[in-house]
Design a protein around this ligand. Structure first.
Ligand SMILES: [Zn+2]
Length: 754
């Protein structure tokens, strides 16, 4: 299929004089030079399913458009109608949409990602050409099989130069820029929060593909809700949004020999589009998303945008093999398959990252984007992946260069104002790009990985930076192959120096662990081989994914080891010890300690009984009463220890639930835990070691009241007796504070149980 090729159109534009090009009959121009152009100037042969037909415009129109769009879009002079062969209208076509550019916000607002693929057909009706969604998933019953309209384009009947072409009667001519302009894809993007009304739109960059066509739609519109962040991107009107949507129409096709993999009960994979089970009232997942992969296949090409060369040639990064590191992130997946499935190379200068026929790694030169993501284009009928893209900003290289050092001892304390968030999304419109809590990441990383935890010192800095980049790409390509996150990957690490750090590159790993995982892990190999039909057994290695993070504290990001509690205690103690011994308190301390406390208390709240006690005893080990002052402890040591114990116990029971992090429930009052907690609380309340302040002691009364157990009741009664007996010997502020403490206890006991 071919019509009017981009390159030939350029030649045609070049050859024609401006006057001839712009003065074609049928337009409403009143310009004096308006006259019908010779038919030959169309240079169109009507011999494909889709043919672009050059469209006349007036000089005034053209000047207006060029003025408005100057410097914003390429080739503002693109004007075409679209002729579609009538015999092809009933065929099935893939309609793919890719959100190419967005203002404000760019990638942060969804640019650089597909908005999905529909299966469509056309119907000419009442002067319009309607686009119908005809995938075979929505048939309810033998009687109800709805027709679903996606778009309508006005049919152009009065364009003389086209009408006089031989064979034009076999085509319907439409204006692709004059549809509803509430294009399904665009509307879908904003429907989650607000209505979006397109105000202006035009089509550009028509291209013929081997199996269809593509063009772009430039649009500006308004939403019903304002965006507070618009001004950060120099857009003064928070209601306005502009963008470029790349559309392609390609002939429907299912891969030869493609055989769907039913979705297993455990969600190792991304689910394809669900399908109604006709006549049953139910629906089902059809299959896991996957490519049509088989031995002997032609490898799936991945193209890296040539922007990568800018970073490769940047003096800061010339020492690294940037291109090679990215390529390895793609091609190392071939090890999981056992034959060549993927191959990567740098694309040429003309590469369009929104091209539906290409799989592209968008190497963004923006050094301020702290994430990466993958998305894929799917046949909704079969869950076959037809194409994919990965967004990879330069941040990963900049960060790797900054973080890694050849000297293992020097790896520490790199406060980052913009911590790296490795974010991924499944490619469906409306899904948020951000599934990580910024504060959580900050809490983990604000002070860097403690240097004694660093591994991989045998690698040079160059090797580490390249390995880091490869790891990130490998992770994202893993998503495009259909794999979901596996945050249980780090559980295979037994703590020995030679242990693998993770069984899965689909985990979120600490920087030092990430550089150890540059090829698919044992789990990844199992998952890929089952999905692609090379092994019949489901993955057997530990697995948990995004939704499990809300119920299982062992299913966590950026952790380490088969028992994550010592690792989390290490992080907590690393910060706590600095607070106990260093007078100057860093600005990030409150936020960081809060997160690290939560991450240990996760196990107290929801861990199994043994973990519960291990975590609780561990977190108070260095600060519980009676406090053991280390030799040479500074004068503030006792007060700081009192403060940390107060923070931990308050977080466990007294602080607002929203401050508790992922796991917000109360800890189950098992006998062992209750005994341990009451012993600590009693010691603080009675100030058995002389370092506890009245603020902590009062909080312990509140805690015991909240506990609502006989053990807590008993501790309060004992405290009332002890403090009453102490009172006569006290004087001044001490006495006043103790009297108030006693009043609080009396109040808590009158009565105790609610
Ligand atoms: Zn991911």
């Amino acid at each position: 299929m071919h019509g009017w090729k981009w390159s030939s159109r350029r030649r045609w534009l070049g050859a024609a004089s401006l006057a001839v090009m712009l003065t074609t009959a049928g337009c409403e121009s009143t310009a004096p030079e308006a006259a019908e152009a010779p038919e030959a100037a169309l240079a169109v042969s009507l011999d494909g399913a889709f043919v672009a037909v050059p469209r006349a415009t007036s000089t005034a129109q053209r000047q207006q458009v060029e003025q408005q769009l100057s410097g914003v879009v390429e080739d503002a002079g693109t004007h075409f109608y679209l002729a579609i062969k009538r015999s092809e209208l009933n065929q099935k076509w893939f309609l793919s949409t890719f959100f190419k550019q967005a203002h404000p916000g760019g990638v942060l607002y969804g640019a650089g990602a597909t908005l999905g693929t529909r299966v469509v057909s056309f119907q000419e009706q009442n002067g319009k050409l309607f686009v119908l969604d005809v995938d075979d998933r929505k048939k309810l019953s033998d009687l109800f099989d709805p027709q679903i309209l996606v778009e309508a384009y006005p049919v152009v009947t009065d364009y003389g130069p086209f009408n006089r072409l031989r064979g034009s009667d076999q085509y319907v001519l439409v204006d692709p820029s004059a549809g509803l302009n509430r294009f399904g894809a665009v509307a879908d993007l904003y429907a989650w929060s607000t209505r979006f009304q397109t105000e202006l739109s035009f089509a550009q960059r028509f291209r013929t593909l081997s199996d269809g066509i593509s063009f772009e739609q430039v649009f500006t519109g308004y939403s019903d809700l304002p965006d507070d962040l618009a001004s950060e991107f120099l857009e003064p009107n928070g209601y306005r949004l502009s963008g470029t949507l790349a559309l392609s129409l390609r002939r429907y096709k299912e891969g030869a020999g493609y055989s769907p993999t039913p979705m297993p009960t455990t969600p190792f994979y991304f689910e394809g589009a669900p399908r109604l089970i006709t006549n049953s009232g139910a629906w089902q997942e059809v299959a896991a998303m996957k490519w049509n992969v088989h031995p002997g296949m032609k490898p799936i090409p991945w193209l890296i945008t040539p922007s990568v060369l800018k970073l490769q040639n940047d003096p800061r990064f010339q020492g690294y093999d940037v291109v090679g590191a990215v390529k390895r992130g793609v091609e190392n997946w071939n090890q999981a398959f056992g034959f060549k499935v993927l191959e990567a190379r740098v694309g040429d200068a003309g590469l369009d990252f929104a091209d539906d026929t290409k799989n592209v790694i968008l190497f963004d030169t923006d050094e301020g984007m702290p994430f990466a993501f993958a998305n894929f284009r799917l046949n909704p009928n079969t869950s076959e992946i037809r194409g994919a893209s990965v967004y990879l900003p330069a941040m990963w290289l900049v960060l790797g260069d900054e973080v890694f050092d050849s000297d293992p001892g020097a790896f520490a304390a790199q406060p980052k104002s913009a911590p790296p968030l490795r974010l991924s999304w499944s490619g469906m419109a409306g899904q948020t790009l951000c599934d990580l809590d910024l504060q959580q990441a900050l809490g983990d990383r604000a002070t860097g990985t403690p240097s004694t935890l660093a591994v991989g010192a045998a690698l040079t800095k160059k090797q580490k930076v390249e390995a880091y980049l490869t790891h990130v790409v490998l992770h994202e390509i893993g998503h495009t192959l259909g794999l979901r996150h596996n945050f249980a990957g780090s559980l295979v690490d037994d703590g020995s120096p030679t242990s693998v750090r993770s069984s899965s590159v689909m985990d979120y790993s600490l920087d030092d662990d990430a550089i150890q995982v540059t090829t698919p892990g044992a789990y990844d190999v199992q998952a890929v081989r089952y999905l692609y039909g090379m092994d019949s057994g489901l993955p057997t290695l530990p697995f948990c994914t995004d939704q499990d993070r809300a119920t299982d504290p062992r299913c966590a990001t950026y952790d380490r080891g088969s028992n994550p509690i010592p690792f989390r205690l290490y992080y907590f103690n690393d910060l706590a010890q600095r607070y106990l011994t260093t007078e100057q308190v860093p600005s990030y301390f409150d936020a960081a300690l809060s997160v690290r406390i939560n991450k240990v208390l996760d196990f107290v709240r929801v861990g199994p009984a043994a973990s519960q006690l291990e975590a609780y005893q561990g977190i108070l080990a260095s600060v519980r009463p009676p406090l053991a002052l280390p030799p040479g402890a500074p004068a503030f040591y006792g007060a700081r220890a009192d403060d940390i114990a107060l923070r931990v116990l308050s977080r466990l029971y007294l602080d607002p639930v929203r401050q508790r992090g992922v796991f917000s429930g109360d800890a189950p009052a098992t006998p062992a835990l209750t005994a341990a907690i009451i012993a600590d609380v009693r010691g603080i309340l009675l100030n058995v070691d002389g370092v506890r302040g009245y603020r902590s002691r009062r909080a312990m009364v509140d805690l015991l009241k909240q506990h609502q157990t006989l053990a807590a009741y008993s501790a309060l009664r004992e405290a009332r007796e002890v403090i009453t007996a102490q009172l006569p010997a006290l004087a001044g502020e001490e006495r006043l504070q103790s009297e108030d403490l006693l009043a609080r206890i009396t109040s808590a006991l009158s009565p105790y149980f609610r």
